[in-house]
Design a binder for this molecule. Structure first.
Ligand SMILES: [Zn+2]
Length: 227
């Protein structure tokens, strides 16, 4: 999960209580990534209401600020968690830059086979919406019961493979016998991997922060400006 700049104005169809064209705008705004897990080009995705429209949120049905693109898995987990485990779930809003998600939440995955993704608050005494967001994200990647556990494992494996790809590029950059021109090419690929358009950017940002502090790779990380 990373911060996302919401595009304006709102899609015009919402004014007439229709979702025509809304998903396409969300896909562009979120670089076709699920706003929760950051899976890219999900097989199935949907328009998700950040604040659910059942139980009193009906007036938010067509409110642009309440709409995000989510993959099916995250949508199911979010519904499951808010219905059964934590009805008062109060999440960080990723389009609100007053909190920079990747400063408040630590995303850990080193790209090892069978690794378990670990998501924790950065501060010792985090606020409630950081705690709730961490709880939801851990559920998304590490869900243990029912059929959703299988989907969580598939998702975690996607993160591991994506991290391995980044690691291979970092190895190439470090140890490959490249001409300066080729080395520049590898650096461009690394830049691409670390961009907001890439899958699972939050995990990659933290990999660089943990392992390459003070290096040239730090300059390639996306800059989220706190509002
Ligand atoms: Zn997702």
């Amino acid at each position: 999960m990373i911060n996302i700049q919401r595009t304006t104005p709102a899609p015009p169809s919402l004014a007439s209580e229709s979702f025509t064209g809304v998903k396409e705008v969300l896909i562009k705004m979120q670089f076709n990534k699920c706003y929760l897990c950051e899976r890219k080009d999900p097989d199935t995705s949907q328009i998700e209401h950040f604040i659910p429209t059942n139980n009193g949120g009906e007036e938010l049905q067509y409110v642009w600020e309440n709409l995000f693109l989510a993959c099916d898995h995250c949508n199911s987990i979010k519904n499951n968690v808010s219905d059964k485990k934590k009805p008062t779930l109060s999440l960080l809003v990723c389009t609100d830059f007053s909190t920079i998600i990747t400063d408040a939440i630590h995303f850990y995955c080193e790209g090892k086979p069978r690794e378990k993704v670990v998501i924790t608050p950065v501060l010792d005494e985090p606020c409630q919406n950081v705690l709730d967001t961490v709880f939801l994200l851990n559920s998304i990647f590490n869900y243990h019961s029912e059929s959703l556990a299988f989907d969580a494992k598939v998702l975690t494996d996607e993160v591991i493979k994506e991290m391995k790809k980044l690691l291979d590029l970092l190895h190439d950059y470090e140890f490959g016998s490249y001409t300066p021109v080729n080395k520049e090419g590898v650096l461009m690929k690394i830049t691409q991997e670390l961009s907001v358009e890439s899958p699972f950017t939050a995990f990659k940002i933290w990999y660089i922060k943990r392992n390459f502090e003070g290096s040239e790779f730090m300059d390639l990380l996306p800059r989220f400006v706190k509002s």
